[in-house]
Design a protein around this ligand. Sequence first.
Ligand SMILES: Nc1ncnc2c1ncn2[C@@H]1O[C@H](COP(=O)(O)OP(=O)(O)OP(=O)(O)O)[C@@H](O)[C@H]1O
Length: 316
Amino acid sequence: MDHIFIINPSAGKGKQAETIAPMAQALAQRHGLSVACHRTTSAQHTTELVRQIASLGRPVRFYACGGDGTLHYVVQGAVGFENAEVTCIPAGTGNDFLRNFGADSAKFADPENLWDGDSMELDLIECNGRYGLSIACFGVDARIGRDVHQFSKYPFMSGIGGYVMSALYHGVRPIGRQWQLVVDGVITQGAFAVVSVCNGRYYGGGFNPMPMAQLDDGKLNAIVVEGIGTYRFLRLFPKYKEGRLEDIADYVTLYQPRVLELRSQQPNVTVCLDGESVESTMAVVRLAKEKLRFFAPKGANPNATVAVTQDAKAYS
Ligand SMILES: Nc1ncnc2c1ncn2[C@@H]1O[C@H](COP(=O)(O)OP(=O)(O)OP(=O)(O)O)[C@@H](O)[C@H]1O
């Protein structure tokens, strides 16, 4: 088994990434493992390198060292290779994906807990030809996520501060967008504030809008918030963040879609997958046929924080 550490030197503020290579070398010496570290230069480089190594066919464990974006690009390269497994060592700003593991998320920081950890198969979102592990979102939340780095790049600004500034910036602008929403063939035309499709439960620095979403149940959970004004948005925002769906029921519709599509006349759909954004006129989201082979500290559960707050009647 090869152990390949993919290090994104630009994740977080770059400081944690510096500690990865010494940890990996120590791991190799302690256990006599085949270990290599690669500092990648771009997202594309990350995906291509992972794909190249996986295609050698040797059993390999990839350690995505960075934030959710780094994990996202490692996943793009590893999906489809039976010999490849993926994990994440947190060195990013939010590292929302690891929150799914609850208290065990802290164990991911030390590769000593990972190299012989448990394997598991996780569901994946497929969206416009990309794979997502956690959440695909398209509304004001996507625009907030897209612009976080504009605010958090300043040395005096924390990662969370960047999210708050971006939320305030977008909260005072028109929130609803005119789209056509198609859920399993049923068309709705209107203004939408948020359309989020969840496989996992966390994004945006701790937002947990669908606390019942499970990473390995073969289902996607979607939440659609109608176009609302600034005042209502600011009032609902904390409830949406905490997944208090009963408190925002008048403004949201829940689905468990096989296929969800958004269409627009203009390129005003921000397609944000695991925090990585592109602008488009449309989005097509479904559960991917492929699964992700993930590995985690022994005993860690990707559904550790699932809360069953809704019954099936909540879904359209
Ligand atoms: N070598 C690289 N590998 C992967 N991504 C890279 C690389 N270099 C630059 N990037 C870009 O770096 C950005 C930030 O990376 P990442 O998302 O991992 O860290 P973060 O934003 O600090 O953490 P989080 O997303 O968990 O808040 C990504 O959006 C990605 O496009």
